[in-house]
Design a protein around this ligand. Sequence first.
Ligand code: FAD
Ligand code: SF4
Length: 466
Amino acid sequence: MADKPKINLNRIKMPKQEPEIRAHNFDEVATGYTLEMAKEEAGRCIQCKKRNCVAGCPVNVNIPEFVMALRDGDMWGAVDQLKANNALPGICGRVCPQESQCEFVCTLGKKGAPIAIGRLERFVADWECDQSDKPKPQIAPSTGKKVAIVGSGPAGLTTAADLAKLGHQITLFEALHVAGGVLMYGIPEFRLPKGIVQGEVDYVKTLGVDVRLNSVIGKIDTIDELLADSYDAIFLGTGAGLPMFLGLPGENLNGIYSANEYLTRTNLMKAYLFPEYDTPIKKSRRVVVIGGGNVAMDSARCAMRLGAEEVYIVYRRSREELPARAEEVENAEEEGIIFKLLTNPKRFIGDENGWVTQMECLEMELGEPDDSGRRRPIVKEGSEFLIDVDTVVVALGTTPNPLIPSTTPGLDTTRKGTVVAEEETGKTVKDKVWAGGDLVTGAATVISAMGAGKRAAAAIDAYLKG
Ligand code: FAD
Ligand code: SF4
């Protein structure tokens, strides 16, 4: 009997810009697989019967099917399988935490490296983007029902795409001058090129979605006014864009930014291209970013690319507890970001002109696990020390902007300002109103926002069809 072909337990390496080069430009860090690399990686998939990967994906992408089509060179087949459940694959392939979702449960992971599902997803999405003869998406006949979607982040875009395909007439209202939410104003170009996001926004528009920019709902119209204006249902996907601060002495000194402002200036307003674009940002020498999530990594890596000599991440727990994606922590380390772990700020010190010059910190140690299951950081008494800084970025998390809840009677909110909605359907307690994404969960992930959008779209469709 012929021997079974051996499975390669190592994944195909992703080509990347060298750290010393990429730390000084905003071009994408990972340059992407070639067709040969993608087919070889796809060829590692053993096409398990149990399909753990599909169950591990919050939107249940047909992973084995799209991987097999790619392996066989059937590119349009791969696109169809991928897009059947995911309207934004170029984005998910780049920023989803695959290592804790589909790839985490991939059977191959038991013996070696799991299939690089995210990288293959990205490859197929980029391949489709480059084709000039894209087939028209299939759209059901018009139902005559009108739905308003508020917010154009991944939750809003997914809900809009799914409902438009089902034949409903969709208007998508976005407060900013571009659509895409955090994908445009938060996540930097070097991780998620803005052309890719706009390509996927354009795809949603080809489904017939009417995208209205510069439209702050709660100001131009309230939710009740939209309902009175003949919309049959409304989906709220306005995210969690309100930054949290530490509440420490000196925090309002000049040179201290919220990560939101720092990243919006840099990414959305293109401060890194100043004066070609007219939004400035402080020229920094020593930058401290406070926090350990993706937002903190993005802020630190932007600061490095904007020309800072030293950039620190200050985080109160240890490396093991860093909530950022492992890949992005490694990228940040390679680029020269200095991690000051088990460290917490105590106060900020400024000069006579009100600019921050130093940050007093405390050393921490880890105690027993807290409610989150992570070990609680405890202050080491008398461990105060100073760090010289000229810029501080506070990346501690965000909560929803209160505009919609405060202008919408009948909407239920939590103590944290999130909107209460059923997990399975996104239905709020207000008649005809659904919600999902960060607005409901608090700051989370792109794919969880998309999953919420998909569930809400199905529930809205069922409601509209009686
Ligand atoms: P958002 O993306 O926040 O979109 C909400 C939209 O609603 C915005 O465009 C906003 O302008 C608009 N809006 C708000 N109020 C109104 C109003 N009144 N009227 C009209 N429009 C309104 N997740 C990952 O999975 N992987 C990552 O690597 C990752 N990195 C991140 C890095 C950064 C810097 C940040 C900030 C977040 C990151 N996230 C990441 C989290 C992820 O981006 C969010 O969880 C996701 O974008 C939430 O989607 P959403 O649609 O709920 O909201
Ligand atoms: Fe392929 Fe891994 Fe999914 Fe199995 S779990 S089908 S090997 S991607």
